[in-house]
Design a protein around this ligand. Structure first.
Ligand code: F3S
Length: 392
């Protein structure tokens, strides 16, 4: 890989140890993937924030970088393992909280904006069309590449942090225009409404096409909330970091030769596959995977007004979005019902294994990670059914 004079100095340690380590990661990655050079990035989003996943080794790595490192571009974080303010309310242990706070302190020392969310585009980390970025949360990667038209690979936690500390990333994969063309045409003939349906669609398409980039036809309209759930689902069940939807996404692409069809039966099969909880097994309801928009909080407040919940229910959201809801009175209505906000975190990255048996959620991705990391049985519902499940 060809490095500029300044990049060579970074690699030689002239800009400090954190930059040197970061350059080593980026150069190794670039060489593995055949990149010719490094390019500048406009923003970074770092995953691997929960102490639950990082452990002591991850914490030590961050503290080492924080000795002399400072991020060069706007950098935000993925959800942490707990609500950074109200962790006690969510049943998190003081031992875990202490470690998680150390992780956040290290990021803060590095100059990272410690807004912990998988929807950074709702809270000021919003790239524009054609801009190169280095993001790591898979749903946010699919959203930014597809809906916004920014250019990013799906970074791992260390490579995203390396991009933040240098302002650079190797130019390969989805940073190259020629790699962003659709590879399979997906004709959708199904009625789709709400976040659950779009999550089911992501599951159905992802299972059929894997990591290929689709051009999807047949979707007449979709809200931002539906598209964020779709992004999360297709990235989880297929693995693509980019999709095109005719009439909705901004980038131009050629129509590919390979054709796949998705019908009502595929959507129904997806819904069935994501339900494995039996009657009486649900003891946790979670909404906000990916993290809620203010419109979703408005809707949740409307559905919970004057009601009392009987089950644990978490509303997962970025703290700045919740503060808008505070101002509008939505938070008060939601909390008066007994529902809990889970700011900065979610039911998948929080250490919940063994505390709950069954999870009800409107998120297809939430079902995958709820089953995986916390061994929950899952019930895949609409937002309205989730609320009903909690108040029944
Ligand atoms: Fe976000 Fe957690 Fe879902 S990180 S996408 S709320 S699994």
């Amino acid at each position: 890989m060809k490095l500029t004079a300044d990049e060579k100095k970074m690699l030689a340690g002239k800009h400090g140890n954190a930059v040197k380590k970061s350059m080593e990661i980026l150069v190794a990655l670039g060489e593995i993937f055949g990149a010719k050079r490094l390019i500048d990035v406009a923003s970074v989003q770092v995953a691997g924030v929960s102490y639950h996943n990082l452990g002591d080794a991850g914490l030590e790595f961050l503290e080492e970088l924080a000795k002399d490192g400072k991020v060069k571009v706007l950098t935000t974080l993925n959800p942490a393992g707990m609500d950074l303010e109200n962790w006690k309310n969510l049943g998190i242990s003081p031992e875990f909280a202490e470690k998680q706070k150390k992780v956040i302190d290290a990021f803060e020392k590095l100059g990272v904006v410690t807004t912990c969310t998988c929807t950074p585009y709702f809270v000021g980390n919003l790239p524009r069309f054609g801009e190169h970025i280095a993001w790591s949360e898979s749903s946010a990667v699919a959203f930014s590449n597809s809906i916004i038209g920014a250019f990013t690979n799906k970074e791992g936690g260390p490579s995203a942090l390396a991009a933040a500390l240098t302002g650079k990333t190797p130019e390969y994969g989805l940073h190259l225009k020629e790699n962003r063309q659709a590879q399979v045409l997906v004709n959708v003939k199904a009625r789709l409404e709400g976040t659950r349906d779009f999550g089911a669609l992501g599951y159905a398409i992802g299972k059929k096409i894997g990591t290929k980039i689709p051009l999807i036809k047949g979707i007449k309209k979709a809200s931002i909330e539906e598209l964020k759930n779709f992004s999360a689902s297709i990235a989880t069940y297929g693995g693509t970091g980019l999709y095109h939807i005719a009439g909705i996404t901004p980038a131009k692409t050629q129509a590919p030769k390979e054709i796949v069809s998705i019908g009502e039966s595929d959507i129904e099969a997806a819904k069935t596959a994501l339900n494995d909880a039996v009657e009486g097994e649900i003891d946790l309801v979670a909404i906000g995977c990916p993290h809620c928009s203010i419109k979703e909080l408005q809707n949740i407040a409307k559905l919970l007004k004057g009601k009392k919940v009987k089950k644990e229910i978490w509303i997962c959201v970025a703290r700045p979005v919740k503060s808008i809801a505070d101002k509008m009175g939505y938070s008060k209505t939601i909390e008066e019902s007994g529902a809990k906000f889970a700011c900065d975190t979610c039911m998948a990255v929080a250490p919940l294994k063994g505390r709950f048996k069954g999870l009800a959620t409107d998120s297809a991705k939430g079902c995958f990670y709820g089953r995986g990391s916390n061994s929950f049985k899952t019930k895949f519902c609409t937002m309205e059914e989730c609320i009903q499940e909690a108040i029944e």
